[in-house]
Design a protein around this ligand. Structure first.
Ligand code: EPZ
Length: 472
């Protein structure tokens, strides 16, 4: 593949909000009912780790269904800084890591995307050395990487954290990681993915116990297997990997985004609208569907990989506890809280995965919600209605929660902090407009000039069925 610069949409190139972005807001006029069908994009949390996984292979990897998101752009810039060649072809990404020029990822890029820490496993496995800045915490928690580090140490790596950099290297003649039995103190998604990728090129067998079972972990395993890796048990709490000397080219399509799908199910419920969405893997949404049905909506699989939500008239309070998969996903806690603010009675929401994931509570309260937080619990007392207000998003899923509340609120809601939204929702404004929502993205003019209406920062590419599309 000749030298081509990575061609990705410029407007996604900065996840930290620039002054311009601070002036970009979403204006939502609530009360419109939605109708029709919405297409679900590829999963952000699969795309990011699978892009890092392509570092394991020295040949072309074509990854399909890659959503056009700020985080994807960021990961591409980090891989490119390591010497990887990338080319966007519609909603596919052609990745070639034949010449990894760098074992050190640049701090200024890593600090903007936690998921960039995923490159440590593949780099160490390929090069025998990796130097990755500590990703640091974010709005929702401290998010340490001790489980990643301890697992790599168990596989024979020497790992030192020095001046904020995780230095990992392999001594010994063949510079290969060694298979090991690793018990994770917590079924961390990231640690499971890091160790599973590292183990694909290790010498011997690795067993990861108390592993994360998220669909994105299984999707990564399928991608690695499509490159020739020997992995069993992904999607269960015990994963066994038999290392191989090298991996080969593949053409792989990632799964649909279950969190985006869950967010649209809530959009239908909170506006009392009947809508359908596809492609989805209904099994990936079991806990979310169960809670929406307990609250009073109906969810039907009315065609293969397609869900339809039939709203209820009144919704009832329901308790939620976030847990590792297959428990209720923490990424759906904020969107579902928006719906519970309008349900009859008191709901207790317990966030067990991240220690600081109630950033949306104060903003929902600004819209008239009645929520009290006590430690890891939020007590949501249902109110008859929400009223539009200017609100600020504090993180990705909090931003989705505010958009959902705005769709149901009386009057106008103005959401600021859209750089959070653009990290994880592809073309959300256009998708909601197509369903009949009354909203627009605008650039606030200086001293109140008429705002400039803006498109979403991305186009909506076509979708491909998940899994291996061409035999390797
Ligand atoms: C992944 O984050 C997702 N991100 C998150 O989605 C998601 O919320 C999370 O899994 C849980 O499902 C990506 O896949 C890019 P964890 P990750 O390691 O891997 C603690 C979104 O909104 N922990 O399972 O970082 C950690 O602090 C994002 O799309 C350690 O203590 O999640 C947290 O409390 C947000 N030590 C808990 O485990 C470690 O070494 C779960 O973290 C690793 C994690």
């Amino acid at each position: 593949m000749e030298d081509r610069p990575i061609t990705l949409s410029p407007s996604l190139s900065n996840t930290h909000s620039s002054s311009e972005e601070d002036k970009t807001v979403l204006e939502i006029w609530g009360g419109a009912s939605l109708h029709g069908h919405v297409g679900i994009s590829g999963a952000k949390n699969s795309a990011l780790v699978i892009m890092a996984g392509a570092l394991l292979c020295s040949q072309d990897c074509l990854i399909r269904n890659v959503p056009a998101l700020a985080d994807v752009t960021r990961m591409a810039e980090i891989l490119s800084a390591l010497g990887v060649k990338l080319e966007r072809q519609g909603n596919s990404l052609l990745v070639n890591a034949s010449h990894i020029a760098q074992s050190k990822a640049p701090y200024e890029l890593v600090s903007q995307l936690r998921a960039s820490f995923f490159v440590i496993g593949p780099l160490l496995a390929r090069l025998g050395v990796a130097r990755i800045p500590l990703p640091g915490g974010c709005a929702i928690g401290a998010r340490p990487v001790d489980l990643h580090v301890r697992g790599l140490q168990a596989m024979g790596a020497d790992v030192q954290i020095d001046h904020g950099i995780v230095n990992a290297y392999l001594s010994g003649r063949n510079k290969r990681l060694q298979g090991a039995k690793i018990y994770l103190d917590y079924p961390s998604v990231g640690a499971t993915e890091t160790l599973m990728m590292a183990a694909t090129l290790a010498e011997g067998e690795t067993i990861i116990e108390n592993a994360a079972q998220e669909p994105e972990v299984a999707d990564l395993a399928n991608f690695c297997r499509a490159m020739g890796a020997k992995i069993r048990g992904a999607g269960t709490n015990t994963i066994t990997i038999l290392g191989v000397p090298s991996l080969h080219t593949t053409d792989y399509a990632i799964v649909p985004d279950r969190v985006e799908a869950g967010t649209f199910l809530v959009a239908g419920a909170i506006t009392h609208s009947e809508i359908s969405l596809s492609p989805v893997v209904p099994d990936h949404l079991t806990a979310v569907i169960a809670k929406l049905q307990a609250i009073g909506a109906q969810i039907i699989e009315d065609a293969p990989n397609r869900l339809r939500i039939v709203p209820g008239h009144r919704y009832v309070a329901t308790d939620i506890e976030t847990l590792p998969y297959p428990g209720f996903p923490t990424d759906m806690q904020a969107p579902l809280m928006a719906l519970l603010t309008l349900s009859d009675g008191d709901s207790v929401i317990t966030e067990t995965v991240f220690e600081n994931r109630f950033g949306h509570v104060a903003e929902l309260t600004r819209m008239g919600a009645d929520i009290r937080v006590k430690g890891t619990h939020a007590i949501v007392r249902g109110v008859p209605m929400l009223s539009g207000a200017p609100v600020v998003a504090t993180d990705l899923r909090a931003s989705a929660s505010l958009v959902l509340a705005g769709l149901a609120a009386q009057g106008k809601t103005t959401v600021q902090g859209l750089h959070h939204l653009d990290r994880g929702y592809e073309n959300l404004t256009a998708k909601l407009q197509k369903l009949g929502a009354n909203l627009q993205r605008t650039q606030l003019g200086a001293d109140g000039d008429s705002p400039l209406v803006l498109p979403d920062p991305t186009t909506v590419p076509t979708v491909t069925k998940p899994g291996v599309t061409k035999p390797a």
